[in-house]
Ligand binder design. Structure first.
Ligand SMILES: *Cc1c(COP(=O)(O)O)cnc(C)c1O
Length: 376
């Protein structure tokens, strides 16, 4: 059996090596390393895939979030509501721009931001909501958009883990994750569902004015060379990364199916186990399984991790500490126990290997090993 990886980028590369190597070589031969034709081509390919009017490539997902908030002209002190159960980048850029991150709890079944909690957190200073499509499943966007409309708030979707997921509105309309709010953000970090071979990111919007502004912000606030209309940043997607992404975007749907297939294997293996809660797929979103995350009860998690590591099976805890308990974000606003769902999840979740190249033999070994520990 092939050695099990949390994310097996090597095996994936072996299967697309020829095409990727050629794409990289073409960029090198062209020497168009910055803003070359591959970047424009990728932008257009992704616009088509997402059904989004505008895609603005940038340097990484964290920048994408920051540029979105800059474009919306959020001012110091403005409150931005987001989930406490996410990767730090979501709140980081809010804090960096001197906005006020307002953290809220999540739903226990989807791990996504709680609508009830958002509603309670809205004040006259609230300007935006940043839902995260955690682990590859959309937050309840229809409810979030309704709240945003009622209170005149912007919605920025952190779609770093959700690219390719379909969102289903109650009227039957189906759209891609990240294209519902004013702005959607994604990351092409290598282990993400659409990952490049370094850093990369993109911003999506259907709003022409916001797109124009964000194209300026990513390029030093410059539209005409050496004329700077606004304060910007330097955030570009390298041509080599764009060329790799052009190859991988064509495979994204196939990759999503491979992840869903692996998830189904796990779901079947752990079905109805009293100590294991398998991921739930909500009625309004497909699940693209950036992570496959279980909630355990009555299991010694550190001992389980040790056991799995001993069997050469990598496992991870996403995320061991919610943001409101992170040293950099502890404030008088919050105390332990404020977000019981997120705190419970942090103490009880475990993520299993999840990628596009998992073989049945590996999946059987992983699930049997987990059950062996839990059932003994
Ligand atoms: C990965 C990730 C980011 C940041 O992306 P980078 O490209 O690493 O900057 C932000 N938010 C979430 C939820 C992520 O998973």
């Amino acid at each position: 059996m092939k050695k099990i990886q949390m994310v097996d980028l090597k095996s994936q590369y072996q299967n697309i090596k020829e095409e990727v190597d050629k794409a990289i070589e073409d960029v090198i031969n062209s020497t168009a390393f910055i803003n070359g034709p591959a970047v424009k081509e990728f932008q257009e390919n992704l616009e088509k895939y997402l059904g989004a009017k505008h895609v603005i490539p940038c340097a990484n997902g964290t920048d994408a979030l920051q540029i979105a908030m800059m474009a919306l002209d959020l001012q110091p002190g403005d409150e931005v509501i987001t989930t406490t159960f996410t990767f730090i980048a979501t709140a980081e850029v809010i804090a960096l721009l001197r906005l006020a991150p307002v953290l809220v709890d999540v739903e226990p079944d989807t791990f996504n931001i709680s609508i009830e909690a958002i509603e309670k957190a809205i004040t006259p200073k609230t300007k935006a909501i940043v839902p995260v499509h955690l682990f590859g499943q959309c937050a309840n966007m229809e409810a979030i958009m309704a709240l945003a409309k009622k209170h005149n708030l912007f919605v920025i979707e952190d779609n770093c883990q959700g690219i390719g997921a379909d969102y289903l509105f109650s009227d039957g309309r189906k759209v891609k994750s990240g294209t519902i709010g004013e702005i959607g953000c994604t990351s092409f970090f290598p282990s993400k569902n659409l990952g490049c071979y370094g850093d990369g990111g993109a911003i999506f919007t259907n709003d022409d004015d916001l797109a124009y502004k964000m194209r300026g912000i990513v390029n030093h606030g410059m539209f005409v060379r050496y004329h700077h209309e606004m304060v910007g940043v330097n955030s570009r997607l390298d041509s080599i990364q764009a060329a790799i992404l052009n190859v991988k975007l064509k495979k994204l749907d196939e990759y999503i199916l491979a992840r869903q297939k692996a998830a189904n294997y796990y779901n079947t293996a752990f079905a109805n186990h009293p100590k294991i809660k398998t991921p739930i797929t909500s009625s309004y979103s497909t699940h693209v399984f950036h992570q496959y995350t279980l909630v355990l009860s009555g299991v010694d998690r550190p001992k389980l991790q040790e056991f799995m590591t001993g069997k050469d099976i990598p496992v991870m805890i996403y995320y061991p500490i919610p943001l409101h308990q992170q040293k950099a974000y502890i404030s008088e606003r919050y105390k332990d126990g404020d977000f019981p769902v997120a705190e419970h999840l942090s103490a009880h979740v475990i993520s299993l290997p999840m990628h596009t190249e998992l073989e049945d033999e590996q999946l059987a070994y992983i699930s049997n090993s987990l059950l062996e520990f839990i059932n003994r």
